[in-house]
Design a protein around this ligand. Structure first.
Ligand code: PYC
Length: 321
């Protein structure tokens, strides 16, 4: 066997069905600087690494990768940069729960509260038991209320724009019933909504693209407040209720006076898994979402890249014979 093959150690988990792959060794050296700067360096110099970890044949469109880094803020147990099949995320709620459970599995953290640094700020994680984690997300807020967007094939779609660590459009009504059988139709609809937002110049307040779309409906379980479908930037749907998406939802509920600080909101996903959300207000009056969910370790492996493998950096197109 060639000894120039590259080895990457990863631990896989899923958070309420949504997968996270934490890179334990073999990742790129991103040097120093803020997590925001290191995420840019990752993008500029090591995008092949992202593709190797996430894309088929080693990964899948639903997978979110987490690269552990030295934190700048020494009160944090680790820094983390999240990435997926399309690029890099500011924050990832299900991924943070997956990272916490992975760090516990590795014996690096115990029960209790810990801090993690992300490119968009510090988040707190509380390891409640080996699988259950509460995250306190970055401040979340609604920036637009009841925007009307003309969407190809769907007519006028009404929704809010909110930040929950990523930019979300939260449509008031789902174009289709929120069942797993409708995922293809929901994904097509979400892509059209995203395109309409882009074509109409509707962005986040920082000019960032609104690249996550949520549709909401009634919860199916008796104690669920709502069910969602969440479209992620690379075209995959979130199997979990989406941590940053639930944070964006909490921001909208708070802004409309429909949820008070400390009240619970049970958000069901399209596969019936759930997060329990609530929020507190910080000194500036921003909402700080708390999202509770479970993650389970489901793999510990070594990814191998052999030099002759045409797909060692993932399948990005056809290869010639
Ligand atoms: O849980 O925040 C989240 C998330 C974002 C994209 C996929 N999951």
């Amino acid at each position: 066997m060639s000894n120039s093959q590259q080895l990457l150690k990863v631990i896989d988990s899923h958070t309420e069905g949504e997968p996270t792959r934490v890179v334990i060794s073999g990742g790129p050296d991103l040097g120093s600087g803020s997590l925001h700067e290191r995420r840019q360096r990752f993008k500029d110099t090591s995008d092949e690494f992202r593709r190797t970890v996430i894309l088929e044949p080693r990964g899948s469109d639903a997978l979110v990768g987490a690269l552990l880094c030295e934190p700048v803020d020494k009160s944090c147990v680790a820094g983390v940069i999240f990435f997926n099949n399309a690029g890099y995320l500011g924050m990832c709620g299900h991924g943070t729960i997956g990272v916490a459970v992975t760090l516990a599995y590795l014996g690096k953290i115990g029960l209790g509260t810990h801090r993690l640094e992300t490119p968009v700020g510090v988040v707190e994680v509380q390891l409640i038991d080996a699988n259950q984690v509460a995250i306190e997300n970055v401040p979340s807020y609604r920036t637009l209320h009841r925007v009307n967007v003309e969407v190809d094939g769907l007519g006028t779609v009404v929704g809010d724009v909110a930040w929950g660590g990523n930019w979300f459009f939260l449509a008031e009504h789902s174009p289709y019933p929120l069942t797993l059988g409708n995922v293809r139709a929901l994904t097509d609809a979400a892509e059209k909504v995203r395109a309409a937002l882009r074509n109409n110049g509707i962005t986040g307040t920082d000019g960032g693209e609104i690249d996550h779309v949520e549709f909401f409906g009634a919860g199916q379980a008796a104690d669920a407040d709502s069910r969602n479908y969440v479209y992620c930037p690379g075209g995959a749907y979130d199997r979990s209720p989406c941590g940053t998406g639930t944070s964006a939802k909490l921001a909208c509920l708070a802004a409309s006076g429909k949820l008070q600080p400390g009240e619970q909101w049970v958000q069901e996903s399209i596969i019936g898994s759930r997060f329990t959300g609530s929020y507190r207000l910080d000194a500036e009056g921003h909402i700080i979402p708390r999202v509770v969910g479970r993650a389970f370790i489901c793999g510990e492996s070594v990814l191998i890249q052999q030099p002759a493998d045409p797909f060692r950096h993932g399948i990005v197109g056809e290869v010639s014979a």
